[in-house]
Design a protein around this ligand. Structure first.
Ligand SMILES: Cc1cc2nc3c(=O)[nH]c(=O)nc-3n(C[C@H](O)[C@H](O)[C@H](O)COP(=O)(O)OP(=O)(O)OC[C@H]3O[C@@H](n4cnc5c(N)ncnc54)[C@H](O)[C@@H]3O)c2cc1C
Length: 204
């Protein structure tokens, strides 16, 4: 791992940025707290000390805000770009979208894009009603992030060699998709949450 430089932000020592696959939008830093005093006002206004509830809010935010934006939105973009490419790129005398090996990929991407969107909408609706569970959030996060990974991989395949070139946006979308299965709870942790809620009614 390489760190370019360090700096002090208030009472926090920050080394950044790490070089990483997901290069755009966010920098990732290693930080160490030296001396951290939290005033009483912060406890009241920022809910410090309410760890469990804060975590719950973080998960809700991940499902309501970040997944629709970064998951479904990226899938939509991948689908648009791939459909346009498949309809216009000609090989062996016809558009590659006419070959079943390509068209079925588009069908899968479109179906999974819709399914991810519906899972997120269902979770959002339950959140509005105050009935959203960890299971609802975990299913939306798990399916959305894994479907995005499959869509990004399919897109690279549809674009062929051009899918790997930095001249087109596919390479960046593919690279950025990988983190979604890791942050805001890895896929394994989401599966733990879903499995736990499946088992709970039958446990003695
Ligand atoms: C680019 C980037 C940005 C990030 N941004 C933020 C941020 O803004 N805020 C923030 O809080 N965090 C952030 N993170 C941290 C991120 O949430 C963690 O990387 C993630 O939670 C996984 O933790 P870990 O890396 O320590 O992996 P580990 O916990 O070491 O996990 C490694 C592997 O073991 C598996 N594993 C671990 N425990 C279990 C278990 N109990 N059961 C089954 N499998 C298990 C994991 O699923 C994973 O496959 C960021 C990470 C990256 C890479």
């Amino acid at each position: 791992m390489s760190c370019h430089f360090s700096k002090k932000v208030g009472c926090v020592d920050v080394d950044f940025p790490f070089a990483k696959i997901h290069r755009t939008a966010v920098e990732t830093a290693d930080f160490r707290l030296q001396l951290f005093n939290v005033g009483k006002a912060l406890f009241r206004t920022h809910h410090i000390g309410t760890g469990g509830n804060l975590f719950k809010q973080r998960i809700v935010n991940a499902v309501l805000n970040e997944q629709p934006r970064s998951g479904c939105g990226k899938m939509e973009r991948l689908l648009d770009l791939s459909s346009q490419w498949a309809a216009t790129r000609v090989q062996f005398g016809q558009a590659i979208g006419k070959f079943q090996g390509t068209s079925f990929k588009l069908a899968d991407m479109a179906t999974e894009r819709r399914a991810a969107d519906l899972l997120v909408r269902a979770a959002c609706q339950k959140a509005d009603e105050g009935t959203m569970t960890a299971n609802d959030a975990a299913m939306a996060k798990l399916f959305g992030s894994e479907a995005l990974g499959r869509a990004a991989d399919n897109s690279v395949q549809i674009f062929g060699g051009m899918g790997l070139m930095e001249d087109l946006p596919i390479e960046r979308l593919w690279r950025e998709a990988r983190i979604e299965r890791i942050w805001d709870g890895t896929s394994e942790i989401q599966r733990h949450i879903i499995a736990r809620s499946q088992l709970r009614p039958y446990e003695t």
